[in-house]
Ligand binder design. Structure first.
Ligand code: ATP
Length: 374
């Protein structure tokens, strides 16, 4: 598959123990990563984690304080931005409103010695790539946000860079246009085959688009994995919390049986957790917790038969209806007669089936296989 092919591809960007200080502020704290040729790679993290700084370091817009950055095997220490095989697309599209679409795209070629006719052909080719065939003569100021973003992409692609660096390129678009552009960007990347490095704070966007994602907090990489692994096997509570929704219930370790831990979990009772379901990065300051995703468990009106391996009782605290699905916040029954903090459970809505109300008694069906011990 694609991920095996990418693993075999040559390294395109390598960062080795990269540190960046802005004065006293330690913005990048020992970044180690390898991005492979043809990969769609995302840097994901909250505001201020250093993802833009890392992108600008790769582009050559920022010097590093220590460490090594290689692009296509070459040390970039003394290579200025304009001599690197990279090109950047910014959040604010930075297109010229008084020029035509074609003139905007051709701007990328202003230092290209080729003849006019050849350049025109390159412009047409770049416009076709981004789905703007026939738009060349239009005035840039008359374009929609999505079209402007395409022009900015075409202008970057016309230079045929080895690496395209994208700094929150879709964040100014409305939700529908953003989702459409996400799909188009994936297609475009597969078609042109160049390495894309995307900076985003939007976890959904990163999951949708990327071959691999580096999750960054405070200048460091907390986890670097494929989207499915990040979502299903987060290494820490912090990563789990940042990617999607994760419920946490406090747990007590009852006994160790080789690699398996038996834990007693509030509202769920005793569960055997094999090594594969134990998060590897222990947050030393926190007590053990069991985590699970909202879609990993089911909720039904009490007494309705279910085929889940384990069942727990509870009461509905909140119902949030989303059309195709509903979120239920459920307090699980505890042995001492109290209830747990609410856990969030998502259920696909089935036409004709009633949605239980707030206060209703429910049965929660679950499997030990979808529980992660943090
Ligand atoms: P955002 O999504 O908000 O841009 P980010 O993860 O991209 O966040 P960076 O822009 O890389 O974060 O900034 C990381 C940290 O470095 C921030 O605390 C920021 O204030 C600081 N910083 C960035 N650029 C400079 C600079 N030129 N001088 C001083 N500090 C800077």
């Amino acid at each position: 598959g694609r991920s095996a092919a990418l693993q075999a591809a040559r390294p395109m960007i390598e960062c080795r123990d990269v540190h960046k200080y802005y004065g006293d502020y330690h913005a990048l704290r020992g970044i180690d990563l390898t991005i492979r040729a043809g990969e769609f790679f995302s840097l994901l993290g909250p505001s201020g984690c250093g993802k833009t700084t890392l992108l600008r370091v790769i582009a050559g817009f920022e010097d590093i304080s220590s460490g090594v950055v290689l692009i296509d095997g070459k040390d970039m220490a003394h290579v200025p931005a304009n001599k690197r095989p990279t090109n950047m697309v910014f959040q604010s599209y930075a297109i010229f409103p008084h020029l035509t679409v074609a003139q905007n795209v051709a701007f990328g070629l202003r230092r290209d010695p080729r003849k006019r006719a050849e350049k025109d052909e390159a412009v047409e080719e770049a416009l076709a790539m981004v789905g703007l065939t026939g738009y060349g003569a239009r005035a840039a100021h008359a374009l929609s946000g999505g079209q402007r973003q395409r022009v900015a992409l075409a202008r970057a692609l016309i230079l045929k860079p080895e690496v395209l660096l994208l700094d929150e390129p879709l964040s100014a678009l409305d939700r529908k246009m953003r989702e459409q552009m996400q799909v188009e960007l994936i297609k475009l990347q597969r078609q042109v085959g160049i390495t894309f490095v995307l900076v985003t704070h939007d976890q959904e966007e990163a999951l949708v688009m990327s071959d691999r994602i580096a999750v960054m907090f405070e200048g460091g990489i907390a986890q670097l994995d494929e989207p499915e692994t990040l979502y299903a096997r987060p290494k820490s509570r912090r990563v789990a919390d940042f990617i999607g929704v994760m419920n946490f219930l406090s747990a007590t370790i009852v006994e160790e049986q080789g690699e398996t831990l038996r834990v007693d979990v509030e509202g769920l009772g005793e569960i055997d957790i094999p090594a594969a379901q134990i998060a590897t990065k222990n947050e030393t300051d926190s007590a053990p917790m069991i985590g699970f995703r909202p879609e990993a468990v089911n909720v039904f009106p009490e007494g309705q038969p279910q085929n889940a391996p384990r069942q727990s009782g509870g009461v509905i605290d909140e119902v949030v209806y989303y059309g195709d699905m509903t979120y239920y916040d459920v307090r699980l029954d505890e042995e001492d007669g109290t209830t747990s903090e609410p856990v969030r459970i998502s259920m696909r809505n089935v036409f004709g089936r009633d949605i239980p109300d707030v206060g209703a008694r429910v049965t929660v069906g679950w499997s030990p296989a979808s529980m992660i011990l943090f």
